[in-house]
Each structure stands twice: as structure tokens, then as C-alpha cells.
Design a binder for this molecule. Structure first.
Ligand SMILES: Nc1ncnc2c1ncn2[C@@H]1O[C@H](COP(=O)(O)OP(=O)(O)OP(=O)(O)O)[C@@H](O)[C@H]1O
Length: 317
């Protein structure tokens, strides 16, 4: 069975991308995306996300391996693949003197089966800004316009490269709601993001890239579920951490204590009973399951090369 009659919409196998000068930004990446799925590609700055997505979009040919979208080669068979995809690049680059409506109209003119401009502007929450010139839009509004253009052709597959960068929290929530709505209508979404919360909110599955290699793939629950939860608090002066119940695997620095556990509920119960019975107040008590951010940082830390190629941690700021 081929991908074109199968549920698999995107398939990357041993994908490589080298740049002039010999640097290889993508080093043997394999994954697949199923129809109707939101798949997030995460990674530190320079991990190779954009280099990978451009191969999927057919903007460049891989230097090794293979990519298929709808069972087709997106580079060599671009004319057949492109009309079925929507691409939101990191930089839209449209003429800044045109109004929002003119920009959408111009784009619609070269898009087959385009949605009406008013409909697409309504979708991305820009209807009230349609007569404003592009150069007068805020950074977040420009991202919405980028998204509007990507949605014009009612794409089966939507590539979103850092879609909410520059958006305020409300804009981000609106965009998340829109992505969920598109998924509910059957659109497949491949997303890159620096916001781990965004991946946690949206992704059915995710992959973490590091220095051009895929180091982890799974659902958000699989990625975080394999890691311990943690409980943090500060003990009152005069109460040493040595007095904590032995069953708790605690590490202390002065009065500040951190417990790492795979049995969050049981250990939290033990701790609270002990504190209650001893009349001890646990200041700043904080208990939480492992987050995607922790999984991400762990990978980035463990794999940081001696030459320090790894940039600042995305999402850690
Ligand atoms: N045209 C190019 N020529 C040479 N090297 C390049 C080129 N484009 C990207 N690179 C390098 O390839 C690596 C991967 O870049 P890429 O933009 O794919 O990473 P990214 O994960 O998207 O990063 P970011 O999160 O910062 O957007 C980086 O080290 C980058 O400097």
C-alpha cells in the first residue's frame, strides 16, 4: 500500500540536508505524520527544525534520504503537492504598503479554490483590520495575516513555522483554538514552536530535534509520563531535612527541599501527613507532574556537545 491511499500524509526517512561549506543541519531524520494529526517539531535554536520543514514543503531537495507528502516527492512533484498544502513561513515578506484585504486578495488571485478574503480574515481575527496597511500591523497581527494566507487554499496539510511568535497571550489562545478547529475538520498540521506549552496544548504527537537528529518522538503524555514528578518546599528554620520520612527520596539545600518521585500522589500524601502530625508548615509547597519543558531541557543538557554548538535553550526563558 502506498502513502497516497494510506493514512500517512507525511513520511520522512533518513532525511539529510547539508549546506554549502559542508555543514549538515539535518542528519538522518525519520518520522511520519498521520492524516488529521497535529505533529510538533521541537528543538533548541539551530536544531534543524526549519531546515527539515523546508524539505517537507518542497522548498529544497534533501541531500540524503527521502520525503513523501501524499506519497509524492514535494520537491520534484511540487506542482501536484503545493496546491494541497498551506505554508506559514517564519517571515511572510509581503509588500508593506498594501492593506490587509488587498494582500489577501492578491494572494487569493493566485490560489486555486481560494476562500473568500472576508472568511479567512474572520477566521484569524483580522476582519476589523482589513483596511489597515500591512506595515501598520503589530508583529502578532502580521503572524495572523501569515496564517490567513496559509489557510486561503483550504489546505489538507498546514505547515506552521513558529506560528504564535510575537502574539500576545490572547492572540496565542485564539490561534490555538483555530488550529484545534482545523484539526477537527480533518486538516493535518505540522508545527514548529519554541513554546513548549504550545506543543503540550496542541500536539497529538511531537518530536524533539537536537543538532540535526531526532532524539525523542511520542505523544506529550508519553514524553512527560516517562519522567518523575517533583515536589518542592522550604522547611522552617530549625527543622532539618533529615527529619523527613525516610520513604521520601528528598534532596535538600539548606531548608529548601526537592523530592523526585514516580508516585506523586502517595509521596505527597506521606509528606502532608507528616507535616500535619508534626505541626510543620511547608512554605512554598509546589507539586507537579513532569512537564514537556523538563523533558526538553534534560535532552538539551545531556546532549550538549563539548564544542558548545547548542544555543540557548528554547522555551527555558
Ligand atoms: N543557508 C544556510 N547555510 C548554512 N547553514 C545554514 C543555512 N541555514 C541554516 N543553517 C544552519 O543550519 C542549522 C539549523 O538551522 P535551522 O534554521 O534549520 O534551525 P532551527 O531549529 O529552525 O532554529 P531556530 O529555532 O533558531 O529557528 C543552524 O546551525 C544554522 O546556522
Amino acid at each position: 500500500m502506498t502513502d497516497s491511499d494510506h493514512r500517512t500524509v507525511i513520511r520522512a526517512e533518513g532525511l539529510r540536508r547539508g549546506y554549502a561549506g559542508g555543514f549538515e543541519a539535518v542528519r538522518g531524520v525519520s518520522f511520519s505524520v498521520e492524516r488529521g494529526e497535529v505533529f510538533a517539531l521541537l528543538g533548541t535554536n539551530g536544531a534543524g527544525k526549519t531546515s527539515t520543514v523546508e524539505l517537507l514543503e518542497g522548498l529544497a531537495a534533501p541531500s540524503g534520504g527521502q520525503v513523501r507528502v501524499f506519497g509524492l516527492d514535494p520537491y520534484r512533484q511540487r506542482a501536484r503537492v503545493r496546491p494541497r498544502t498551506g505554508v506559514m513561513l517564519q517571515e511572510g515578506g509581503f509588500p508593506s504598503d498594501l492593506s490587509v484585504a488587498e494582500t489577501v486578495g492578491m494572494w487569493g488571485g493566485v490560489t486555486s479554490g481560494a476562500r473568500p478574503a472576508a472568511e479567512v480574515l474572520e477566521l484569524v481575527g483580522l476582519a476589523a483590520r482589513s483596511s489597515v496597511r500591512v506595515k501598520q500591523l503589530s508583529g502578532g497581527e502580521r503572524r495572523r495575516l501569515d496564517l490567513a494566507l496559509a489557510l486561503l487554499g483550504r489546505p489538507e496539510v498546514l505547515f506552521l513555522d513558529e506560528p504564535t511568535t510575537g502574539m500576545d497571550p490572547e492572540g496565542r489562545r485564539d490561534t490555538w483554538a483555530l488550529v484545534r478547529e482545523l484539526r477537527a475538520q480533518g486538516t493535518t498540521v505540522l508545527l514548529t514552536t519554541h513554546y513548549l506549552e504550545e506543543a503540550e496544548e496542541l500536539a497529538d504527537r511531537l518530536a524533539i530535534l537536537h543538532e540535526g537528529e531526532l532524539v525523542l518522538t511520542g505523544t506529550p503524555a508519553e514524553v512527560t509520563g516517562a519522567r518523575p514528578a517533583r515536589i518542592r518546599f522550604t522547611l522552617p528554620q530549625g527543622v532539618p531535612a533529615a527529619r523527613l520520612p525516610l520513604a521520601l527520596c528528598a534532596a535538600a539545600e539548606g531548608q529548601r527541599v526537592e523530592i523526585r518521585t514516580e508516585r506523586l500522589q502517595a509521596d505527597l500524601g506521606t509528606l502532608l501527613r507528616w507535616a500535619g502530625e508534626s505541626g510543620i508548615e511547608l512554605a512554598g509547597l509546589d507539586a507537579r507532574a513532569a512537564s514537556l519543558e523538563e523533558a526538553f531541557l534534560e535532552i538539551a543538557e545531556n546532549r550538549r556537545g563539548p564544542a558548545g554548538r547548542t544555543g540557548p535553550m528554547a522555551g527555558a526563558r
